[in-house]
Design a protein around this ligand. Structure first.
Ligand code: PLP
Length: 408
């Protein structure tokens, strides 16, 4: 019998990473199968923590099931795309129209399509560090180079426009903004956004603004849609139902294109081709978009003082800050905290091994900082979604683990 070579993955996958669902999550699943209860503070998944979707969304999806059996138009159903266009009109984008909107199986699929349509081998995309790692992963998958601009922990985790500009080369194609930010919780002020838009304007870069946490901001943090500052910059804004409307499992998101579209005609043709290639997004979930955008915005109940997300984030911040050598910037938006462990007290060599040990000893699952393309081994990300009692118990477990590390 002839000896064949094994089946191996394509080389283009070699440097693609998505560690949030990597070895730590696999080990957690193994421990669960072995009968352990794991506290999962690793994924921004609302539903398992009791954040149910608004009823109207579920009803809409169910009611539309019989008429959702066929493929839809590739870009998505008309009523949902109109609702998205009207939403951006209401945010000040008066020219927004249906053809500016493409729906996707979550923002994830749209990020993949947008970057595939954009990147030639060796092209560079400016991405924040830390980032939501899909941006880096897909850029790498497309044989592009993710060039990270470093957000400043000592300045609210905001980016530094000068540093961004210093990283531009003749291969730079686009600038990615994640606002509100995952994993830092930063919400960018107008001056920073204006400076980032201006960089795109002066260097002819496409602006890619991931705003999936748009409606999850706290206290006085003001969320500004980058597109509203960028009339003369070709901008793609991303958002969807996964967070605000708590239906991450439906896989339903959208992108909205604005600015000088006449200069992006060829690119948009490519994007529409990408859209055709995947046939269409999940049809039943598209029906929920119009209701979501037009209906009562129940997430507001969670993010104001007294609301679950607001109070949990406060408790998590307070308890983490009380641990010796832990410094954590309070989140102005999104669902996460990204604490720093003082390297003098915690000289961690490998943050992935560190959180693996936390998992094995305390059965608490968090994500290590490098999973977000962060530059040192002294950060981790924690999701502040569990109820207060569960958070208290989990952070006490983290404190015990860190105490033992200090004493060792
Ligand atoms: N962008 C950011 C910043 C995220 O945090 C996430 C999910 O956590 C996504 C995009 C992907 O969202 P979706 O569920 O719409 O694919």
């Amino acid at each position: 019998m002839e000896e064949f070579e094994d089946f191996t993955q394509a080389q283009k996958l070699r440097n693609v990473r998505y560690d949030v669902r990597g070895p730590i999550a696999v080990e957690a699943a193994r421990l669960e199968r072995a009968g352990h209860r794991i506290t999962k503070l690793n994924i921004g998944n609302m539903a398992p923590f009791g954040f149910d979707a608004p009823d109207a969304i579920l009803v809409d999806m169910i009611k539309n099931l019989p008429t959702s059996q066929g493929y839809s138009e590739s870009q998505g159903i008309y009523s949902a795309r109109t609702a998205v266009a009207q939403y951006y009109q209401s945010r000040g984008m008066r020219d927004a129209e249906v053809s500016d909107v493409i729906l996707g199986n979550g923002v994830s699929e749209l990020i993949t399509m947008v970057l595939q349509a954009l990147i030639n081998p060796g092209d560079e995309v400016l991405i924040p560090a830390p980032d939501y790692p899909l941006w880096t992963g897909i850029t790498t998958l497309c044989s592009g180079r993710a060039v990270h601009y470093i957000c400043d922990e000592d300045n609210h985790w905001w980016p530094d426009p000068e540093e961004i500009e210093s990283k531009i080369t003749d291969r730079t194609k686009a600038l990615v903004i994640i606002n509100p930010n995952n994993p830092t919780g930063a919400v960018y002020p107008r001056e920073i956004l204006e400076a980032m838009v201006d960089i795109c304007r002066r260097h002819n870069l496409m602006l890619l603004s991931d705003e999936i946490y748009e409606k999850i901001t706290f206290d006085d943090a003001e969320m500004i849609n980058a597109c509203t500052l960028a009339d003369d910059v070709f901008t793609i804004t991303f958002s969807g139902l996964s967070k605000t409307w708590r239906v991450a499992g439906f896989r339903s998101g959208w992108l909205y294109m604005s600015g000088p579209k006449h200069r992006a005609k060829n690119y948009i043709e490519g994007l529409n081709l990408m859209s055709n290639l995947r046939m269409c997004p999940n049809v039943p979930a598209q029906h929920a978009i119009q209701t979501a955008l037009g209906g009562y915005q129940s997430v507001e109940e969670f993010i104001r003082p007294g609301g679950r997300i607001y109070e949990q984030r406060n408790v998590a911040h307070k308890l983490l800050s009380e641990i010796e050598g832990v410094d954590v910037h309070q989140a102005d938006g999104a669902l996460y905290l990204f604490p720093r462990l003082d390297p003098k007290i915690y000289p961690i060599k490998n943050d992935e091994a560190f959180v693996m040990e936390l998992l094995r000893q305390q059965k608490i699952l968090v994500s290590h900082g490098r999973a977000f393309n962060w530059i040192d081994d002294n950060h981790f990300r924690l999701v502040s979604l569990p109820p207060v009692e569960e958070l208290e118990e989990a952070i006490a477990g983290i404190a015990d683990f860190l105490g033992a590390y200090r004493d060792a």
